[in-house]
Design a protein around this ligand. Structure first.
Ligand code: CO8
Length: 259
C-alpha cells in the first residue's frame, strides 16, 4: 500500500512504521491519521508481522496534532478531529501484536499520546515528552488525560498536563513513562533487538498476555484473574504449548508454528 505520510517496511517478522512528515516534525493531520488507521488494519491482517515498531522520520517522533489544521476548527469539527485520533490510537493499543514506540526526538501533545498507545516505549537520549495543550487553549485530545495518569499516576499526570512542562528522556524514565533510554544512534537497533526477542517467543502466548494485561487493567481483580486463567487454559489447546515444553525438556530451541 502506498502512503504519503507514512513509511511501512518489514524486517523479517518486524514491521516498522514511520510517521513521515518531517517538514512539519511529523505533526498529525487528518490525512496522516487516516493513513495510520489503514496501516494498523494492514498490520493486524499480516500474519508475517509479529511485532510493530512505531517511530518518526527525521528529528521528531511526532510534534503533536497539526496546529495549522486545528486552528480554524469549530466545536463540532474539533470533536470530530479528536474522535478520529482517539479511535486510531485505541485501535493501535488493541492491535493483537505488541507495539514498541521508538521515540526519537519530540513526542509532544498527540505525539506523546501516540507513544502512550504503544505497549512499550524506548526513548533516545534526546527525546522530549510533554502535553503542551493547555498552553494552546485546549485539553489533550487524543486520550492523554486518560493514558498519562494510567501510566505515571494521577499526581504526576496532573502536574505535567496543568503546567504543560516538557520533560527530557531521563525524567520520562524516572516517572515510568518510558521503559528505557538509549543512545540516539542506537535507538532503532535497540527497538529491533527487543522486537526480535519478543518475536522469537510463542506468538499466541504473547498475544494472549497482551490481552490479559490490557483487559485485566480495566476491571476488578477477580475478573482480571479469571481473564488470565481462561487465556492460560486456552494455551494448552495449542501445538506451541506442547512444542515449547517439549523443547525445554529436550534441551533444544522451540520451533513455534502459530502466527
Ligand atoms: N503542528 C503543525 N506544525 C508543526 C507542529 C505542529 N504540532 N510542530 C511543528 N510544526 C512545524 C512548524 O510550524 C515548522 O513549520 P515551518 O517550517 O513551515 O515554519 C516546522 O514544523 C519546524 O518546526 P520549528 O521551526 O518550530 O522547529 P523548532 O526546532 O524550532 O521547534 C518544537 C520544535 C519545539 C517541537 C516546536 O515546533 C513546537 O513547539 N511545536 C508544537 C508542539 C506542540 O505544541 N504540540 C502539541 C500540539 S496540540 C496536540 O497535539 C493536541 C492533540 C489532540 C488534538 C485534538 C484536537 C481536537
Amino acid at each position: 500500500m502506498e502512503f504519503q505520510n507514512l513509511i511501512f517496511e518489514k524486517k523479517g517478522s518486524i514491521g516498522i512504521l514511520s510517521i513521515n512528515r518531517p517538514k512539519a516534525l511529523n505533526a498529525l493531520n487528518s490525512q496522516t491519521l487516516d493513513e495510520l488507521d489503514l496501516a494498523v488494519d494492514m498490520v493486524q491482517e499480516d500474519n508475517d508481522v509479529h511485532v510493530l515498531i512505531v517511530t518518526g522520520a527525521g528529528r521528531a517522533f511526532v510534534a503533536g496534532a497539526d496546529i495549522a489544521e486545528m486552528k480554524e476548527l469549530n466545536a463540532i469539527e474539533g470533536k470530530a478531529f479528536g474522535d478520529k485520533g482517539m479511535k486510531v490510537f485505541r485501535k493501535l493499543e488493541l492491535l493483537e501484536k505488541p507495539v514498541i514506540a521508538a521515540v526519537n526526538g519530540f513526542a509532544l501533545g498527540g505525539g506523546c499520546e501516540l507513544c502512550m498507545s504503544a505497549d512499550i516505549r524506548i526513548a533516545s537520549e534526546d527525546a522530549l515528552f510533554g502535553q503542551p495543550e493547555v498552553g494552546l487553549g485546549i485539553t489533550p485530545g487524543f486520550s492523554g488525560t486518560q493514558r498519562l495518569p494510567r501510566i505515571v499516576g494521577e499526581g504526576i499526570a496532573k502536574e505535567l498536563i496543568f503546567t504543560a512542562r516538557n520533560i527530557k528522556a531521563e525524567e520520562a524514565l524516572r516517572i515510568g513513562l518510558v521503559n528505557r533510554v538509549v543512545a540516539t544512534e542506537e535507538l532503532m537497533n535497540e527497538a529491533i533487538k527487543m522486537a526480535e526477542k519478543i518475536a522469537s517467543n510463542a506468538q499466541l502466548a504473547v498475544r494472549f498476555s497482551k490481552e490479559a494485561i490490557n483487559r485485566g487493567l480495566q476491571t476488578d481483580i477477580d475478573t482480571a484473574i479469571s481473564i488470565e486463567r481462561d487465556l492460560f487454559g486456552l494455551c494448552f489447546a495449542t501445538e506451541d504449548q506442547k512444542e515449547g515444553m517439549t523443547a525445554f525438556l529436550e534441551k533444544r530451541r522451540a520451533d513455534y508454528k502459530l502466527k
